[in-house]
Write a protein that binds this ligand. Structure first.
Ligand SMILES: Nc1nc2c(ncn2[C@@H]2O[C@H](COP(=O)(O)OP(=O)(O)OP(=O)(O)O)[C@@H](O)[C@H]2O)c(=O)[nH]1
Ligand SMILES: [Mg+2]
Length: 354
């Protein structure tokens, strides 16, 4: 594909090839016999807390050291590779939220294709709300790209929003392509080639951003998972200040030293920012809000209804309305219904039916 010159005559061909490749990659995702793609015994652990952070990286980069220092949960640390052989869960409490931390076994290149226990590790990574890609600063930075490629090969998209493409299949009428912005990376021919590879001959597609063919394929495939990611650059005790200045330029990276617990404050603050959680304080009638123990919601499930369900399933049955103070409302307080969407640090008082 890289060797094909891009022009009108070849664009259909390129689209076809890209789609073919995506379909083959999907076949790799489907577990082969023996449940290789699933969690596997002892691999996936029960979810606890409002969010889950998974550590992914090559062996011996310091994942278990970081886990032990952050959570106080012991995870075996070894100078040899593949010390950790299964998922080790731990919990940290940060800003009133319980966050589950998963120390995962080291992966190697080719993990997504079934090398080592990589498939199982990456399958667990797919269930995380945030991924820490842990890298050893003494090792080549090309490792970053290798890990990213492994995760991407498993349908994980890092630090990326779902493509702004609306795709609707229909019964007849052919392919209709509309775009609200100019498209610089794709032609109608290529779009048609991709769709015909998927045997889609009737559909409406609207591009709301300057998309690529890969974006389109992600939408058609539909099984992509969009997960935020932090590059944790470990072992900075081994490098000079000049080298540190250089690695600080990497986007979404936090340099640390797990061993001496250096820069954990920045790591936790960045984690919090990426998790994008919503803390809501409850206010019993006639009393001050409880600022000690917030109800923590995720940015996808943050309505008054989600808030009620988080406290107790039975609350909704008696729900009449709610008063909200904070940034999600114009007036303080404002009367709202159960569809109202809450923002971080709002205060809520529930009014029950009598
Ligand atoms: N110099 C230095 N060494 C560290 C640091 N953190 C961890 N190490 C060492 O790196 C080695 C590997 O650490 P682990 O925490 O077991 O690494 P891991 O990523 O969990 O390894 P696997 O479980 O095999 O994938 C150990 O010898 C640690 O003591 C650090 O901040 N600085
Ligand atoms: Mg380990």
């Amino acid at each position: 594909m890289a060797k094909t010159q891009k022009n009108k005559a070849t664009s259909y061909h390129v689209g076809q090839l890209k789609a073919k490749l995506a379909k083959l990659k999907r076949e790799l995702l489907i577990p082969t016999s023996g449940g290789g793609g699933g969690g596997g015994v002892g691999f996936d652990v029960a979810k606890t807390g409002v969010a889950r952070v998974g550590f992914v990286g090559f062996p011996s980069v310091g994942k278990s050291t970081l886990m032990s220092k952050l959570t106080g949960t012991h995870s075996e640390v070894g100078a040899y590779e593949f010390t950790t052989l299964t998922t080790v869960p731990g919990v940290i409490q940060y800003k009133g939220a319980k966050i589950q931390i998963l120390d995962l076994p080291g992966i190697i290149e080719g993990a997504k294709d079934g090398k080592g226990r990589g498939r199982q590790v990456i399958a667990v990574a797919r269930t995380c709300s945030l991924i820490f890609i842990v890298l050893d600063v003494m090792k080549p930075m090309s490792h970053k790209k290798i890990i990213e490629r492994e995760l991407e090969g498993f349908g994980i998209r890092l630090n990326k929003k779902p493509p702004a493409i609306i795709f609707k299949k229909k019964e007849k009428g052919g392919i209709t392509i509309t775009n609200t912005v100019p498209l610089n990376h794709i032609t109608a021919d290529e779009v048609k080639a991709v769709l015909s590879e998927y045997r889609i001959h009737n559909a409406d597609i609207t591009f709301k951003e300057d998309s690529t063919l890969d974006d389109l394929i992600d939408v058609v495939e539909g099984n992509r998972i969009y997960i935020p990611c932090i590059y944790v650059l470990n072992k900075i005790d081994q490098i000079s200040i000049e080298e540190l200045d250089l690695i600080y330029k990497i986007p979404n990276a936090v340099p640390i030293c797990a061993h001496h617990e250096w820069n954990f404050d920045e790591l936790l603050a960045t984690m919090w920012e990426k998790l994008d959680l919503v803390r809501v304080y409850t206010k019993p009638k006639g009393r001050v809000p409880d600022y000690e123990t917030p109800v923590v919601l995720t940015n996808e499930r943050n309505s008054i209804e989600d808030f009620c369900n988080q406290i107790h399933k039975a609350i909704l049955e008696q729900f009449k309305c709610a008063y909200v103070w904070g940034t999600s409302v114009k007036h303080n307080p404002q009367k709202v219904g159960k569809e109202h969407i809450l923002k971080d640090e709002d205060v809520v008082q529930i009014v029950k039916k009598i």
